[in-house]
Design a protein around this ligand. Sequence first.
Ligand SMILES: [Zn+2]
Length: 411
Amino acid sequence: MKQLFTNIKELLQVRENTVDKLSGTEMKELPTIKNAWLLIEDDKIADYGEMKSIPKINADKTIDAEGKIILPSWCDSHTHIVYAGNRELEFADRINGLSYEEIANRGGGILNSAKTLQETPEEEVYKQSAKRLEEVMKLGTGAVEIKSGYGLTEEGELKMLRVIKKLQQNYNIPIKATFLGAHAIPKEYKEKPDAYMDLVIEKILPKVAEENLAEYIDIFCEKGYFSVADTHKLLSAAKKFGLKPKIHVNQFNAIGGIQAGIEHNALSVDHLEVMRPEDIESLKDTTTMPVALPSCSLFLSIPYTPAREILEAGLPLALATDFNPGSTPSGNMNLVVSLACIKMKMTPEEAINAATINGAYAMELSETHGSITRGKQANFILTKEIPSYTFLPYAFGTNSIESVFINGKTV
Ligand SMILES: [Zn+2]
């Protein structure tokens, strides 16, 4: 089926040739076509151009997009969408003065989510997670990564990953699965954390690989969670099964997680709220994508990833939500793009690049997603009538989306 969009006020992120990622000053440029047309054929972008030179097209359906903008759908490369229950009580605890670490020490935090996950039947976890997935698709997300990490037992982790697999089968959106067994140390292993690492590496990881449940490996490399040595050990083991690293580093402390990730050719290093000059330096000339999660900073009132320093060092940067029940109960990429502009001083062009093509890179999807390019998947957002694309991050909290297309179909 051919669908033609005409009179598009502005078509954003038009890339004649596929780029895999954008770095440093390249991110300042957002190529667009004003007063444009866009043709999609079935699930692919077929052609586009300026209205003044539109050829004769026999489309099955023509949509007048006057006053509206079309841009590639968001590529959210870091989420924990699969979980059970919520943690709004801890939210109230925090308002009453407890820190994230204090809540974790009281048996809250990740361990609380793990307990709920373990007690919830797989079918129910699926139902709750599917609802969230549908919600983020309506908010413009057209490709997403989802992690395990609230199981923390063999059964729990496999349950989460099977839920992700079922979402992959039932939804028309690319979903990348990441095994995050090393998310927190379960209470029963508090005195013997090495034994938990052994369980993850020797028992759970081989099962994950055997059932082909994940493409990526993740670890929370942080004081009180997992050390740099643990990170090396896990990433080396995962490599034997072909799992590439996408890891949680430098959220509260800089302990060398970035360097460990780079050593193992991590696809991405995520969080980066605390960055030393040597951390920025070591990311230069690597294929590792730095990923910022500004809604986590907002929710926890912790520093934002120093985007300007990262970009001024010539590095790329991607933006993602970190959607999870503890530190970021929101999967809204529109808010992420706004926060990147408001709090991280990224320009609208940089933020849109970071949330589309660079997000796609952080999921190995830049060949098929993240830009308006002939032959790519027809995953895009049609906005309401808005004055300019800068209005998107500017009018934070406003829903400027009219409809979302994934593989050529409206969500
Ligand atoms: Zn996370």
